[in-house]
Design a protein around this ligand. Sequence first.
Ligand SMILES: NC(=O)CC(=O)C(=O)O
Length: 283
Amino acid sequence: MSKVSNIMRLALLQLKGSKDKTVNVQNAVSKIEAAVREHQPRLITLPECFNAPYGTKYFREYSETIPDGYTSQQLSNLAKKHQVYIVGGTIPELGENDAIYNTCTVWSPSGDLIAKHRKMHLFDIDVKGGIRFKESETLSAGNDFTTIDVDGHKIGIGICYDIRFEEMARLYRNEGCEMIIYPAAFNMTTGPLHWELLQRSRANDNQLFVVTTSPARDPSAEYVAYGHSMIVDPWAKVQKSASDGEETVVADIDFSLVEQVRQQIPVFSQRRLDLYATARNGQ
Ligand SMILES: NC(=O)CC(=O)C(=O)O
């Protein structure tokens, strides 16, 4: 598809969550309605696990089938009603053979499901004195890369822990992506350490926009999200960032920056693929 415009308005909805799915989804609905009314974005993004508490013991109970489940239907209706793209954060998905996935749905302005990304790298970590989390206790990993086309701009989708895997971002860059969107929920151990660093790294390595959308921080929750939803530009500069509470971040993305940085610092064409291919360690 040819590029309709180089400017695209985004609204990132950093939402607070609770244990009540209907309340969570209706909060997303009202924030989407407000963002459309006040800012007329082309694309809206939601946080990881926005309709459920983020915890392995909750994923099955809150899971839904896609696209006929309650949350999917709400997002589809809103996308159609307001003629916007919605990158619908993630929800626990009930998939084939009773497997549960952490899944991002993407809805077009006609209300159609145009993509579904299942988190590929499960969040299994054990930081002594910090955080232990093991998504693989209840979740299965997705096996597919996901890209979408919005007005001629190719966008890759990843989910939270996926951002730590540079190969995935490079693959999207190789496929021509100008942006990668990650619904994400870092925490109070890894957030201060790595949240901004990883986004700027992926943006810098691949000379593209990186967009993250986090839940708002709730210090009383079992899993305390870091917040700070963010847009990083292809120069690896933070274009806009939320604080830690509930907030809507609105920004106009100028995709011409992608070509600008790729021309001025042409590392992609300067790579020594001839040498890397025969590297001694074979990695
Ligand atoms: N929650 C995640 O998937 C990832 C995360 O918090 C981290 O990588 O740190």
